[in-house]
Design a binder for this molecule. Sequence first.
Ligand code: B12
Ligand code: SF4
Length: 579
Amino acid sequence: MRILFVHPNYSAGAADIAGNWSPAWVAYLAGYLKQGGYTDYQFVDALVDDLDEEQLRTAIREANADIVATTAMTPMIYAAQRLLQIAREECPNAITLLGGIHPTFMYQQVFGEAPWIDVIVRGEGEAVTLNLVRAIDEGRWPAEREQIKGIAYLEDDNVIATPVEPSIKDVDSIWPDWGILEWKKYIYIPLGVPVATPNMARGCPFTCSFCSQWKFWRDYRVRDPKQMVDEIEELVKVHGVGFFILADEEPQINRNKFIEFCQELIDRDLGIHWGINTRVTDVMRDEELLPFYRKAGLVHVSLGTEAAAQLNLDRFVKETTIEQNKRAVRLLQENGIVTEAQFIVGLENETRETLEETYQMVMDWGADMANWSMYTPWPFSDMFSEMGDKVEVFDYSKYNFVQPIMKPDNIDRAELLDGVMANYRRFYMKRMLFQYPWVKDAFRRRYLIGCIKAFFKSAFERKFYQLGKQNYWGPMFKKLIRFDYDKSKEKIVEPDHNAWKQAPAAKRPAVGTSAAVPKACGGGTEQLESVEVAIPETKKAKASMMACGGGGEQLTEEQMNNPELAINQEERAKALEEA
Ligand code: B12
Ligand code: SF4
């Protein structure tokens, strides 16, 4: 049973500009298969090797695998679909397999567009993939496929989704096979060392309306910190990794585990530096622990500061304030940790002035780095339905945070892009001239200058924000900006909301009209029967599956008291610690 994993060749030109990133999905799936007795797998990274279609075709043909598997975030879905089409052409007998966040929710649309895909794994991949591979190996595929939980497939032009697989409670049973990657390819430009994105905790107890990660993993689970550091030790000693970013949505929320993790890193003195994406409220909660975190090697924190206006923070159900943003940045700065503030811009109320406000604000906060992402409601996020007809682009390859898929009411897209670029230019020019070279801490200085190197490299190559494709040459040439997108993609096919965790009703007060109000199924793990829906057209098809019983008020008392769903930060953190 030979399995070929392939990472699609798609680059957004934003977060990925800091280097070549090692894909964690491959390592985690391969590791789980290995433990299950399947070791005949290989990996092709079409992104890092920049393979064109012909080269991809050759690589797939030569691998001659029984299963060809790939992944898809939303913007890379067409690249993934095409990749599997090539696999179908080159290896007609191989099973084509797709997983990842986008197909998890959008499998109906995916099958409508790419019927050559044999099977989609929905949600957390390890257990489902092992069950699937075993069924194929034992000759139970396709005859008994309806018995495999967590998959979707086409049967006589109907999309079949089996009941969801329970999440893996014992996350320590997952041990990735990082050896599947060729580490010399994955260099983080700021430090010139191999970079990894290992995963300690899965899930997030918050329910921000623009985000889908909390739905995807459903419940919050965290690994044993000692085992986590075993994994990091392997990454350092066996694969030469010198920097990592935790792939976690919310690494700090279980404070005790995070402290244990840091202590273990200190005790083992691995000499590794690392970063996290976290919430400003966690930074403030752990104010006194920041020197300890820094000692453990934490050097880079990306903060979901998101907005310059409280109105927008509230709308995102972020449960933070502008004041907290400012304070968190300051605390990190005081503790010598590189601070990156992240903004979401381009909502309908965006203007040149509000863009200016974000710039002024981040300068006032004193963050080392800043980024401005174009507001991109994932089609399966709660906020998407609120946007109604404001979303004009249904070509998912543009859902990448860098190409505006909505036009604000009072400025056009060119103005928006130009305003964002003006912020980047001013911010990094000032930082480069007046801050980075004068930072006293030698490591921090080297790190920041390394970041600016990565930034300029991508800007020079016109890959940053896909400026080449968007034909952006500077403020004088706004009229030349091109926003090409595939207009034949007119609407979304309604995602599958029902199989996944839902935000408590109390967290979604009075949110506009909603074409697709998520049904509060409560996010249980085994509540769905197999369901069958006709294969949808690529138009708005209301094929929402009501196998959970529908209804808007279904959260139980127990679920409301669950730490995952508790309403405020302190309650949640306390409940999680107790758990
Ligand atoms: C690390 C990371 C990156 C790294 C990439 C690392 C890499 N090489 O893959 C960097 C920094 C480069 C990056 C870039 C981007 N990212 Co990013 N990234 C993440 C992050 C933080 C962790 C991803 C991860 O490794 N998770 C751990 C692994 C184990 O989980 P996983 O990938 O989901 O895989 C599991 C399942 O999905 C499933 N699965 C996945 N693939 C497959 C395939 C098969 C065959 C099967 C069976 C199962 C399966 O099984 C796996 C194991 O359970 C996530 C947020 C998060 N916390 O998850 C965002 C996230 C994935 N990124 C996101 C986005 C949008 C982007 C960018 C577009 C942002 C930008 N403008 O730059 C770019 C796109 C990348 C590109 N090529 O252009 C979004 C995607 C949302 C969406 N709906 O698509 C996320 C979810 C963050 C968010 N804001 O919501 N990212
Ligand atoms: S805190 Fe909000 S944005 Fe961050 S992972 Fe959780 S739900 Fe998503």
